[in-house]
Design a protein around this ligand. Sequence first.
Ligand SMILES: Nc1ncnc2c1ncn2[C@@H]1O[C@H](COP(=O)(O)OP(=O)(O)OP(=O)(O)O)[C@@H](O)[C@H]1O
Ligand SMILES: [Mg+2]
Length: 261
Amino acid sequence: MLLELRDVSVHYGKIRALHGISIEVNEGEIVTLIGANGAGKSTTLKTISGLRPLSSGSVWFEGADISTMAGHKRVVAGISQSPEGRGIFPGMSVHENLLMGAYARKDDFSAELEEAYELFPRLKERQHQAAGTMSGGEQQMVAIGRALMAKPKVLLLDEPSMGLAPKLVQQIFSIIEEINRRGTTVLLVEQNAQQALKLAHRAYVLETGEVVKSAPAAELLDDPQVRAAYLGGDLGVAGGASAPPVPLEKGTAVDGEETQP
Ligand SMILES: Nc1ncnc2c1ncn2[C@@H]1O[C@H](COP(=O)(O)OP(=O)(O)OP(=O)(O)O)[C@@H](O)[C@H]1O
Ligand SMILES: [Mg+2]
């Protein structure tokens, strides 16, 4: 197993954001974490990245307990995150942003730079543009490209499709698939549960800081409870049953082609 959270609890002051969650990510997988607003998805990724301390439990990477390892060392070890809200450096060029992703590396990163530009030709075209003036979707590409520059073994993605037009959502999801096909393990947090479950091998459902379901992603696509809560009832699922559409948490359509409930 590549990455494992064992019985992890995390607090913000007195607020308990994670309550004893256990998650496993195997090498080569795309694992997705779905759940409503405030369920603890971002907290889970931040905890894996070393940005939040554990209250209890442990985090394991390649068989070693990394629970107290500093964040920058985790990047070197092979854990790289593209944060929620993108977190790019707006005043720096696209190119400089990508280079920042390789800051911890001492080896040659020209292959990853080339790969980032190959995955995102738009970034190559705009490499000298200030990242802060790129469109929302383009900034998302910068954030993912930057995370890839660390040559991660596991790439943590926090809502990469957030705020993107349907066409771009599709594009980002195919790029994630391609990144995985090229050998990078992916842990994907998404509000866009439909797309995430179609893409992922396995999935965990988080509710108020607890894992309430874990299964092969395809199984969850057919799970009545998951469909009612996260997939807008019978919307968009092949062979969809008769459950009435339920509004999604963020009021977004599950898929660009769907209409709002
Ligand atoms: N910096 C913080 N200080 C205090 N509480 C926080 C902080 N960050 C998150 N929380 C709380 O922790 C819980 C989990 O938040 P988290 O950001 O992990 O949720 P999420 O699943 O990523 O939600 P969303 O889908 O809205 O991004 C929430 O109740 C949230 O209010
Ligand atoms: Mg979040």
